[in-house]
Design a protein around this ligand. Structure first.
Ligand SMILES: Nc1ncnc2c1ncn2[C@@H]1O[C@H](COP(=O)(O)OP(=O)(O)O)[C@@H](O)[C@H]1O
Ligand SMILES: [Mg+2]
Length: 292
């Protein structure tokens, strides 16, 4: 690393540490932190996420309209539907970015997501990947993963402390998983669009989320990158629950392997559920989405 890069990296790390301290010092929202204290999501019933009758209105327009949905522990669920169907708004509700007017949302059988702040929701094991990759461009691939690890409040490591052997192993494991082991020392800004997407997924994985939300993850990827992303998601299935919003039907086909359930959203609620073949031959689905 050049001195400039080192300086930029140190500044990023210091900023992250300041955010960490702020997050753990309580303050105005400390009561919410206490709600979380010691509470672990209970997955004994096999359900990772449960949305019931969620309604979100924007000036009277219902972006979500009594949406109900359940995702099982370890399940890989694809969600499709036309633009404006409410897919992103659904992720906003799950991650605490948008508060619904009505309905309930729980993580496991016991954690009420609607009472938690965005930060706390990330900390209890829900990771979200936005469409645009947001990696630290001037840091190396390795440093991006290191930063993600140390930003995890559960780790309680100082940003400047040295990594333990276990932590190094974990970073190496993730690098391999996201196909970036040979690029570990490369500056993230020099990666291809697809590689940046993988790096961001890797950063989410550093915090070992139970549930991963992925909004149009293969948009802008090459065919080869798309295929590798499908392999990556399939390898995560089982250990994590994944909710994947995507328009690329070939990709959805690779993920669902002919048998997994696909959910079709339309006008803020579930229009159809079934295998990809089921929903592709559903007249209502063809009319509002696939047939256009
Ligand atoms: N903050 C907002 N204010 C007003 N309308 C919004 C807002 N966010 C989303 N919407 C509207 O809600 C609907 C659902 O949007 P969105 O969840 O982004 O759909 P999708 O991701 O399925 O394309 C759209 O009609 C969109 O214009
Ligand atoms: Mg969207």
């Amino acid at each position: 690393m050049t001195p400039e890069l080192q300086e930029a990296g140190a500044a990023q790390l210091a900023a992250a540490q300041a955010r960490l301290q702020e997050a753990s010092s309580g303050g105005r929202d400390a009561a919410f932190g206490r709600v979380l204290h010691g509470a672990q999501p209970d997955f004994a019933h096999g359900v990772a996420l449960y949305l019931d009758e969620i309604t979100v209105s924007f000036d009277g327009f219902k972006a979500l309209n009594a949406l109900s949905l359940a995702i099982n522990v370890g399940e890989l669920r694809c969600i499709i539907g036309p633009n404006g169907a409410g897919k992103t708004t659904m992720m906003d509700v799950i991650t605490g970015k948008t508060r619904p007017d009505h309905g309930t949302a729980s993580f496991g059988s016991n954690i009420d997501l609607l009472r938690l702040r965005e930060n706390d929701i990330a900390q209890i094991g829900i990771g979200r990947k936005f469409q645009k990759p947001t990696v630290y461009e001037q840091l190396s691939v390795f440093e991006n993963l290191e930063l993600a690890l140390k930003a995890d409040r559960r780790v309680r490591a100082s940003i400047f402390s040295r990594l333990t052997g276990t932590q190094l192993d974990r970073i190496a494991e993730i690098l391999q998983l996201i196909h970036l082991l040979p690029e570990a020392q490369r500056t993230a800004g020099l990666l291809s669009h697809g590689q940046k997407q993988w790096l961001e997924i890797g950063m989410l994985l550093m915090q070992d989320p139970k549930l991963l939300l992925l909004d149009e993850p293969v948009a802008g990827m090459t065919d080869e990158e798309t295929e590798r992303t499908a392999e990556l998601f399939l390898s995560l299935e089982g250990q994590h629950s994944l909710v994947v919003v995507e328009h690329d039907m070939k990709f959805v086909g690779e993920l669902t392997q002919g048998w997994k359930k696909v959910t079709v959203l339309h006008e803020g609620s579930v229009l159809a559920e079934g295998t990809l073949a089921d929903v592709q031959s559903n007249e209502k689905v063809v009319e509002v989405y696939l047939g256009r």
